[in-house]
Design a protein around this ligand. Structure first.
Ligand code: ZN
Length: 233
């Protein structure tokens, strides 16, 4: 069943939505998984259903969209002390990593996703990890992800590949990939419905979508949009 099905780590953000569209173009059956871990706002999670519904209606490949699973991981909150899960200022810590960093979060998410994928007869995971412009998160690096894929494959005694279509492209490249995958309709969906803002703002509408416009996630998204606009015009 190699390469006929995939499980996408889908948060409702821009990156994971592009990954979901990427998977729908490639695999006959695509399922999604999301995680609840005490995010201080659940805006992203709330957008997931809306995005899934729209993607299912976007072109022929939408029909490939299958089940969605949301796993509750409250334990993650009790071991993190970051801006994503507490009402603290988003600043850069002494390590150079943003305080939004949850140590090793992607390792946990991918391992849980692999366990679910195994149970559902899926041997490919798709995630939006990117080492290009993501503030140096060590658990987003290609070497980390591919080494984990090996460990998971050994641990399950069954191969599990981890595809990361955004690994080596920047935010402008992510917009360009969306355009290639689903044209203006997908770009429009990403602008209107995906959410990346760290503070959960959906009252300010910019050319690139909703957000506070000043947090690091908004800054990155806006910068990518501007750069992509510059490249295409
Ligand atoms: Zn923001």
């Amino acid at each position: 069943m190699a390469d006929t099905s995939a499980l996408v780590l889908f948060s409702g953000g821009q990156d994971s939505t592009v990954c979901l569209a990427w998977a729908l173009a490639r695999y006959e059956r695509v399922e999604t998984i999301g995680f609840k871990y005490g995010q201080r706002h659940s805006v992203e999670l709330g957008q997931r259903g809306i995005i899934r519904e729209k993607l299912a209606r976007l072109g022929e490949t939408g029909k490939r969209l299958g089940a969605d699973t949301v796993l509750d991981l409250p334990a993650l909150q009790s071991i993190s002390d970051t801006a994503l899960t507490r009402e603290t200022e988003i600043t850069f810590a002494a390590t150079g990593l943003p305080t939004t960093f949850v140590p090793g979060r992607n390792l946990l998410f991918l391992t849980y996703a692999a366990a679910l994928a195994y149970r559902r007869g899926i041997n490919t995971l798709v995630g939006g990890m990117c080492e290009t412009d993501f503030s140096g998160y060590p658990d987003c690096r290609n070497e980390t992800i591919q080494t984990l894929a090996q460990a998971i494959g050994l641990g399950l005694a069954s191969p599990m590949s981890i595809e990361t279509p955004l690994m080596f492209i920047d935010k402008a490249g992510t917009w360009a990939l969306a355009q290639t995958l689903g044209g203006d309709n997908l770009v429009q969906l990403i602008i209107e419905d995906t959410h990346t803002c760290y503070v959960g703002d959906r009252s300010n509408r910019h050319a690139w979508g909703y957000g506070c416009g000043i947090c690091p996630a908004c800054e990155l998204r806006a910068k990518g949009w501007t750069e992509w606009q510059r490249q295409t015009n």
